[in-house]
Design a protein around this ligand. Structure first.
Ligand SMILES: Nc1nc2c(ncn2[C@@H]2O[C@H](COP(=O)(O)OP(=O)(O)OP(=O)(O)O)[C@@H](O)[C@H]2O)c(=O)[nH]1
Ligand SMILES: [Zn+2]
Length: 292
C-alpha cells in the first residue's frame, strides 16, 4: 500500500506527498473518527489510490511529536523567532514560547531578527548570552543585511522545523530570505496589528532545496499553561533541568525550598535572574490554573 506525508490540509482534504514526489488528494476514512484520530499535516500515512490523483488515508503512523496549535505532527525542531525591534524584544514572551517548545519535546534554535534596526551591538550580545547560557543555540539575523541567514539554513537541513514567534517578528521574511522560491506573504507590523490577525493562515509543509522541511504555520497562538504540572514547568527550563538533581528535594520547585541548586545558581549569576523571575511568574499561572 502506498505511503506518504501529509503536506497540507484544507477542509477535509489531505494532500499526501509520496516519496516519488507525487501529490495525492486524500480523504480520511470514517474509521479515524471512531478511533478519535485526526490526521495532521506532517503525519506519515498509508493510503489507497482511488484513481485520478485521489485516495483515502487508511493508516496514520505513530507520531514523534504532536503540536496542538499549530496542529502539526512530527516536527523535530522549533526556530523560535524574536525580533530585537519592531516589535521591541520581550523576553517574557520569548521564555513563554520556549516553555511550549520544550513541553512539545522540540529541539530549539533561537533567532533574533532585525539586527539592522539595532545600533547598540551590546544589546545583541547581552540577549545572546542569556540564551546561550541557558543552553540554546542563538542566531542573530537580518533580511536587510543578510546576517545569519546561512546559519539558519544550516540548522534547517535534514529535519522538519516549525517557525514560532509572535506576529510581525519576521518569520515569513526569514523564510523568504532562506529560500526566495517560497514567496510567502509578509506584512507591516502596524497593518497586521490593526487587523488583529496573522498574515499566514493555513499550515503547510514546504521543502527546502537542501533537503530539510519547514512548516509554514499561523504561529503559536495559544500560550497558556493549561494542563501543565508545576514540575513539568521547571523541566521546561533546560538550565534548571540540569541542576535540579542537586536540589535537596525531589520535585523541588526552586522557590522557597532549602538547599535549592537552581536558586543558588541564580545567586551566583550562573542562571539568568530574568529567566528565573519569568519562571516564578509562570509557576503562579500554572498553580492558578490547577486551582480550578
Ligand atoms: N528592518 C527589518 N525589517 C524586517 C526584517 N524582517 C522582517 N521585517 C519586517 O517586519 C515586518 C513583519 O515581517 P513578517 O515576515 O511578515 O513577520 P511574521 O513573523 O511572518 O508575521 P506573521 O505572519 O503575522 O506571523 C515586515 O514589514 C517585514 O518587512 C529585518 O530583518 N529587518
Ligand atoms: Zn530547587
Amino acid at each position: 500500500m502506498p505511503e506518504g506525508q501529509i503536506v497540507r490540509a484544507v477542509s477535509g482534504f489531505y494532500y499526501v506527498r509520496t516519496p516519488e514526489g507525487e501529490q495525492v488528494q486524500c480523504r480520511a476514512r470514517g474509521v479515524f473518527k471512531k478511533k478519535n484520530v485526526t490526521p495532521l499535516v506532517g503525519d506519515l500515512v498509508r493510503f489507497d489510490w482511488t484513481g485520478d490523483g485521489q485516495g483515502f488515508i487508511t493508516e496514520v503512523k505513530p507520531r514523534k511529536t504532536q503540536l496542538i496549535r499549530p496542529p502539526i505532527a512530527n516536527v523535530e525542531q522549533a526556530i523560535v523567532v524574536s525580533a530585537l525591534r519592531e516589535p521591541a524584544i520581550q523576553l517574557m514572551v520569548l521564555d513563554r514560547v520556549l516553555v511550549h517548545c520544550e513541553k512539545a519535546g522540540l529541539d530549539v534554535v533561537i533567532c533574533l531578527t532585525k539586527t539592522d534596526l539595532v545600533s547598540d551591538e551590546e544589546e545583541i550580545v547581552r540577549v545572546r548570552s542569556i540564551y546561550e547560557t541557558a543552553g540554546y543555540p542563538v542566531v542573530a539575523t537580518s533580511v536587510v543585511t543578510g546576517e545569519g541567514i546561512d546559519t539558519v539554513r544550516q540548522y534547517l537541513k535534514g529535519t522538519l522545523s516549525v517557525f514560532a514567534g509572535q506576529s510581525g517578528v519576521g518569520k515569513s521574511s526569514l523564510l523568504n530570505a532562506i529560500h526566495p522560491g517560497f514567496q510567502l506573504a509578509t506584512g507591516s507590523v502596524s497593518s497586521k496589528i490593526g487587523r488583529g490577525r496573522h498574515t499566514t493562515r493555513t499550515v503547510e509543509i514546504l521543502d527546502l532545496p537542501d533537503g530539510g522541511q519547514v512548516a509554514d504555520t499561523p504561529g503559536f497562538s495559544q500560550l497558556t499553561f493549561q494542563g501543565m504540572e508545576a514540575t513539568d514547568l521547571s523541566d521546561c527550563f533546560p538550565e534548571f533541568r540540569l541542576r535540579s538533581p542537586d536540589c535537596r528535594f525531589r520535585g523541588c520547585l526552586h522557590r522557597n525550598e532549602p538547599d535549592c541548586a537552581v536558586r543558588s545558581a541564580v545567586e551566583k549569576g550562573e542562571v539568568d535572574a530574568g529567566r528565573y523571575e519569568h519562571y516564578l511568574q509562570f509557576l503562579q499561572e500554572v498553580e492558578a490554573l490547577r486551582r480550578y
